[in-house]
Every structure is written in structure tokens, then in C-alpha cells.
Write a protein that binds this ligand. Structure first.
Ligand code: GLU
Length: 421
């Protein structure tokens, strides 16, 4: 079996470790291995846009379409100072397996712009977004590649993309992006979907272990869309949230944090942070090691590493973020008997409701929230069981099993289609 051509130090190279392990389990042929370890298309664009003071800046944007074997590309767009081609490629790679593990008819893609959105005004963000969308107009579309929100992008960003594409094509094209606001073709339940999926995955795992969520002590790292909504839904379902965090640091209360109050606090602050929220202060590093039953890393990549993995007290980890655990940490967690629900399964709720949004846009018929949530639960539970059983069959962790299930499905699609020469 050839090994990946990527250096280990890259995010994509690291991500490849999990793929390699599953490829070995599946006895993947070297031809198929070669195909699946290369992104189909990587696009880099320079985005000139006018700042409010009249000066022009040029930012770098990316869109990587990793695979289209199972359907159009699918995946969010991230605005962050650390965005690189390597990171976007890893994120597109994860989207490929995420869509496959929950059996959505999509491939995998991801986009990003290297920028600090906190220093940009709303109108600057709008111009940046519209130019990004216009520059990618030939390669995105309902049957080509369907972007969505990710770190620091939101329904408003998606509305600008939908409008830009619709204006260029002279045709209403809502299905070109998902995660839109409700009044321009968004789906009910999409904003909460990733957090809801995290909760559904945790409940499914606890059920298998004959445990219940009631009274479980939970720590959630990150208070963006995924972290804050996971915390809210878990606490509504009877769990006790003992730690939360965001860019301003960690907040700890062993008696339980009032998540509704934390949300209200964040919503009132200028940059939507927890700064000044009343609780014991801990560092982000301490937060991960707090005494708790369940840990939900819902911030960025590489948070659980060989340095802190042995100090994690939780017995269950649900990865709300993409790639929060390094391969070394993953091995240590499994040695320590900690169950990890991997990112590609734990946070698949968002892209699942994105799929429902795309379906509704194409039908022109919109579902009630209950219908969206019920379908989300059914789909996630069904595929959670497939992963769980695969774990037993192959004697592997849930991550190992999730990759086996996902890779099998992508390989099947390739074999049926054949390689176009
Ligand atoms: N950005 C989200 C993710 O990483 C959602 C992607 C989507 O809805 O296409 O899964």
C-alpha cells in the first residue's frame, strides 16, 4: 500500500492518517488509493475589494473540490486568518467522508478566504463575499458544488452568494448555496442542525452504553454556531454544562452554567463573545482537562494532542469541530478507553440539513421544522448504527469504522461509474 504523498506536518497530511488506517483495513487497491488521496480540483483566487476608506486590498480565496464521485461538491466557506490551501484541502477531504458516512448524494468540497472578518465592516464583508462568489461562478452551482456556512460565515453571507449568482445567471438560483436565511430559501432547523446532530450522536452513543444524558457533566469548547447550540440543546435535554469557552478563554462552573444566560450575554456583546460572563475563569487548555463526563470540542483543528490526551477526564468525546483530534491523541484516547464520536459523524447534522435545504429549493416546497428535525434524527441514527456495527465487525474505534463505511460508499460509486478516460 503506497502511503500518502503529503508531509505529516500539513493538516491534510495529518488527516490522511485516519484514511490510511481504513484503507488498509479495506485492502484498497493501490489504484483506488491513488485516486482517493488526490483532490479533484484546487482553485486559488485573488480577491480585490475596496475598503470603506477607498483603498483596495487583495485577499486570497480558495475552493477545493475533493471528490464528486457521489454527487456535486458540498461544504462550507471559512473566513479566518489561518486559512491556507492545505487547510481547505483537508476540510474538503473531511467533507467527502462526512457526506458519505451519512449517505448524502454529495461529494466533498470546501472554500475559504484568508482574512480577519473582525476587522471588516458589514459592507466590506459583502463586497468580499460577492467578489469571491462571482470569481467562482463557473465551478459552483446546484449540480456542481454547493457551498454553505463554516467558521465566521453565516446565513447573511449565503444570501449574498445566492444573490450574486442569481444576478449573474439572470435566474433565481437558491440551490447554489445552503444555510441561507429562511426568507430567501433557507430550511427551517438549519441554524441549529449541527448542534442538534451533536446531541443526537451523543444520545445514540449513550444508549449503546446503557447510559442516559440526564445529569451528565458536559464541557463544550467553542461558543460559535456549533458549540453554543450543542450546549443549549444538551442542557435542555437534562445535561449539566460545567464548562464553555470562546476566543476570550474558558468559563467554568461545577454547579452548571446557565446556557440561556451565556447566549444572551454573547448576543449582546459587540463581537458575540463571552467576555465578562460570570463564572470561574480557566484557560482554554485547562477547559479541555476539566472533570466531566462528556467533552465536545467545537472550535478549530488540533485541540486534542499528544500533550493533553492523557489528561482528558471525559469518557465520551463528540467532535463538533472538524479535525479537533490529532492521530497521536486519537490513539492515546482509545488506549485510555475513551469513546470518540468522530467529526465526520458527530458534526454531520449541519450538512444533512443542508441537503434537505437543497432538496426543498429544488422542489420549491418547504417543510415544517418538525419534519426537518425528524428526518435529521432518522438519518443520523440509522447511519450511527451502521458505524457502530461496523466498529464491532472490524474491531475498531468509531472513527476507524466511520472511515470504513464512508470509503466503501465512495469506492462503490467509483466502481459503478468507472473512470472516464
Ligand atoms: N461547514 C459545515 C461542515 O463542516 C456545513 C457544511 C454544509 O452544510 O455544506 O460540515
Amino acid at each position: 500500500m503506497p502511503t500518502s504523498h503529503q508531509p505529516d506536518s500539513s493538516v491534510f497530511g495529518e488527516a490522511m492518517h485516519f484514511f490510511d488506517a481504513a484503507a488498509q483495513r479495506l485492502n484498497l487497491t493501490s489504484s483506488m488509493y491513488r485516486i482517493l488521496t488526490h483532490p479533484s480540483r484546487q482553485v486559488i483566487i485573488s480577491i480585490p475589494f475596496a475598503r470603506d476608506n477607498g483603498e483596495f486590498e487583495v485577499y486570497t480565496g480558495y475552493r477545493v473540490q475533493y471528490s464528486s464521485a457521489r454527487g456535486p461538491g458540498k461544504g462550507g466557506i471559512r473566513y479566518h486568518p489561518n486559512v491556507t490551501l492545505d487547510e481547505v484541502t483537508a476540510l474538503a477531504f473531511w467533507m467527502t467522508w462526512k457526506c458519505a458516512v451519512v449517505d448524502l448524494p454529495f461529494g466533498g468540497a470546501k472554500g475559504g478566504v484568508t482574512c480577519d472578518p473582525n476587522v471588516l465592516s458589514l459592507s466590506e464583508l459583502e463586497r468580499l463575499t460577492r467578489r469571491y462568489a462571482a470569481d467562482l461562478i463557473e465551478i459552483i452551482g446546484p449540480d456542481k458544488d454547493v457551498p454553505a456556512p463554516d467558521v465566521n460565515t453565516n446565513p447573511q453571507t449565503m444570501a449574498w452568494i445566492m444573490d450574486t449568482v442569481s444576478m449573474h445567471l439572470r435566474a433565481h438560483t437558491p440551490a447554489v448555496v445552503t444555510g441561507k436565511p429562511l426568507n430567501v430559501g433557507g430550511s427551517r432547523g438549519r441554524v441549529e442542525a449541527t448542534g442538534r446532530g451533536v446531541m443526537i450522536a451523543i444520545e445514540a452513543a449513550l444508549e449503546k452504553m446503557n447510559k442516559s444524558l440526564k445529569g451528565m457533566r458536559v464541557v463544550v469548547q467553542g461558543f460559535g454556531n456549533v458549540g453554543s447550540i450543542s450546549a443549549k440543546l444538551l442542557s435542555d435535554a437534562g445535561a449539566k454544562i460545567v464548562g464553555i469557552s470562546d476566543v476570550t478563554g474558558g468559563y467554568h462552573n461545577p454547579k452548571g452554567i446557565d446556557i440561556a444566560a451565556a447566549l444572551e450575554h454573547a448576543n449582546k456583546s459587540a463581537h458575540r463573545t463571552l467576555d465578562g460572563f460570570a463564572a470561574d475563569r480557566v484557560s482554554n487548555a485547562q477547559l479541555l482537562e476539566l472533570d466531566c463526563d462528556i467533552l465536545v470540542p467545537a472550535a478549530l483543528e488540533n485541540q486534542l494532542t499528544e500533550k493533553n490526551a492523557r489528561k482528558i477526564k471525559a469518557s465520551l468525546i463528540a467532535e463538533g469541530a472538524n479535525g479537533p483530534t490529532t492521530p497521536e491523541a486519537d490513539a492515546l484516547l482509545s488506549e485510555g478507553g475513551i469513546t470518540v464520536i468522530p467529526d465526520i459523524l458527530a458534526n454531520a447534522g449541519g450538512v444533512t440539513v443542508s441537503y434537505f435545504e437543497w432538496v426543498q429549493n429544488r422542489m420549491g416546497y418547504y417543510w415544517r421544522e418538525k419534519e426537518v428535525n425528524d428526518r435529521l434524527r432518522d438519518l443520523l441514527r440509522e447511519n450511527f448504527d451502521v458505524v457502530w456495527d461496523t466498529g464491532k465487525e472490524y474491531g475498531t474505534t468509531l472513527r476507524g469504522a466511520a472511515y470504513v463505511v464512508a470509503i466503501k460508499r465512495v469506492v462503490d460509486a467509483y466502481m459503478t461509474r468507472g473512470i472516464y478516460a
